[in-house]
Write a protein of this length. Sequence first.
Length: 94
Amino acid sequence: KTTASNGTCIAVLTMENAPVNALSNGVRTGLDKYIREANSDQTVKAIVVTGAGKAFCAGADISEFSSGMDGPNLDAVLNDMEKSSKPIVAAIDG
């Protein structure tokens, strides 16, 4: 969580999966978990999703194509984001 200059509490979720922040099991699981937590936290008024480094997100983790996907699927995570009771903003570099 971070606090804006006006005192508003904002949840900042940073995808960190070098080199390009691919949507691996860990990233999908983290987004799913922390979006739910931010939505249930009454002090959080908005959610910002960003990527570490120079990439927001490159898309699917192609290494999971052959090994199979574990964790929440991307559709479930995106549905939770769409149903969010709080605004979600993507902070994209570039």
